[in-house]
Design a protein around this ligand. Structure first.
Ligand code: GUN
Ligand code: ZN
Length: 429
């Protein structure tokens, strides 16, 4: 058993921030040897309850839950910053050629290490990640994450049409490979499998059907895909599925909307789409740096809140421009601020609070993934993925955070001025 003492950020069951200026966190190993949060709260009270515990005191530091990245592509580490006129040319000219390299297991293993290094340097301790269509790419990431005892979910991409040689897979084999990866990795240590139809245009009806059947046979396995990201993409889906009510409805048709189904982007939605998200229990992975970089559009945070469907933040590297949750939270704030004209109606921008932004990248993202109470918070019972943040990491941050008059001001300064330099130490379970 051990304790950390410093300022501390966590969340209550309603998603409200709980900030302790002088907090303590007691960690103890569970039956699997994973550290879990045993007790948390004001330091004087917590340490009084555990008089024997060895305490590491970290004055001037902030303890916070590890970040949760709901949508990221590990094979796109080397795609970041590749400009294009939009999603489809970006996929064709940069992304698919890079992903073809993952046929080579040695390449996959090397990039998996770089990817996990980047996640951890940035304080991301849980991720739902795309691999490529090559089963060996998912295998490589599972092995690398297992060695680091990380909570990580990935899956081999399903893409049997409208994709070039080298990344396109074969319908029947792709489903056999997915099933074998589920059997090998899902629920092993802290790892999980995600059935991964890349997006409706890249999957034949037979592959989508097979993915839906796989999802029905494995209800606790995740599903991940993309939806309603880009106007050209949506027009293409309308051509491919003229009978579907909407792009999202294609996934419903194939049984791919349910709890633990995570859809990246969800930008160009109408009211019926949002209600379908809510009633199905599917979650949106909101990726504002990607949406700004590729010019895809703006996620409607207000409508998501109003309708009440699950959503949280994600980097979407390599469409996204940064692994840093601080960059993602800042971009989410900017997107929220945007006023929009919708059907002739003026919708003023909103100001997401720092607490809301932070929650959507930690406990809120964990809830959206079906991992509430497991990761993303420092509540008793949570796995001990803990960040030690340094609010004085840069001269400007030191100046600005010293002048902060409230926890909200401190968190806002970190979101606006922070990056990987703020993340001083990361504890994994
Ligand atoms: N839609 C289909 N594939 C992708 C991808 O790799 N990135 C993004 N942003 N959108 C996609
Ligand atoms: Zn993506």
């Amino acid at each position: 058993m051990k304790a950390l003492r410093a300022a501390l950020l966590r969340f209550d069951d309603h998603g409200h921030t709980v900030y302790e200026a002088d907090g303590a966190l007691v960690l103890a190993p569970d039956a699997q040897g994973r550290q879990r949060v045993l007790d948390v709260g004001p330091a004087t009270e917590v340490l009084h309850r555990h008089p024997q515990v060895v305490v590491t005191h970290l004055p001037g530091r902030l303890l916070a839950p590890g970040f949760v990245d709901m949508h990221v592509h590990y094979p796109q580490v080397d795609v970041i910053g590749s400009p294009a006129s939009g999603l489809l040319p970006w996929l064709e000219n940069y992304t698919f050629p890079q992903e073809a390299r993952f046929a080579d297991p040695a390449h996959a293993q090397a990039v998996a290490q770089v990817f996990l290094d980047e996640l951890l340097r940035n304080g991301v301790t849980t991720a739902l990640a795309f691999a490529t269509s090559h089963p060996q790419s998912a295998q490589a990431l599972f092995e690398a994450a297992q060695a680091r005892r990380l909570r990580l979910i990935t899956g081999k991409c399903l893409m049997d049409r409208h994709a070039p040689d080298g990344v396109r897979d074969e319908t029947e084999q792709s489903l056999i490979d997915s099933e074998a990866l589920i059997a090998r990795w899902h629920g092993v240590d802290r790892l999980g499998y995600a059935i991964t139809p890349r997006f409706a245009p890249s999957c034949s009806d037979a592959q989508m059907q097979g993915a839906g059947e796989l999802a029905a046979r494995h209800p606790d396995v995740w599903i991940q895909s993309h939806v309603a990201e880009n106007r050209d993409e949506i027009a293409w889906v309308r051509q491919l599925y003229p009978q579907a009510r909407s792009y999202l409805d294609v996934y419903r048709h194939f049984g791919l909307l349910r709890n633990r189904a995570v859809y990246a982007h969800c930008i160009h939605f109408d009211q019926a789409d949002r209600e379908l998200m809510r009633s199905s229990g599917a979650a949106a992975a909101v990726s504002p740096t990607s949406n700004l970089f590729l010019g895809s559009g703006f996620f409607d945070f207000e409508a998501a809140e109003r309708v009440g469907f699950l959503h949280g933040l994600a980097s979407d590297v390599g469409g996204g421009t940064s692994f840093s949750p601080f960059e993602t939270m800042k971009a989410a704030y900017f997107v929220g601020r945007m006023a929009v004209e919708q059907g002739g109606v003026h919708k003023p921008g909103l100001s997401l609070t720092p607490g809301q932004l932070w929650w959507q990248h930690t406990a809120g993202a964990a809830r959206a993934l079906g991992l509430e109470g497991v990761v993303g918070n420092l509540a008793p019972g949570c796995e001990g993925d803990v960040l030690v943040l340094n609010p004085q990491a840069t001269p400007l941050l030191a100046r600005r955070t010293q002048a902060a008059n409230s926890p909200e001001e401190l968190l806002f300064a970190l979101i606006v001025l922070g990056d990987d330099r703020v993340v001083e130490k990361v504890f994994i379970a």
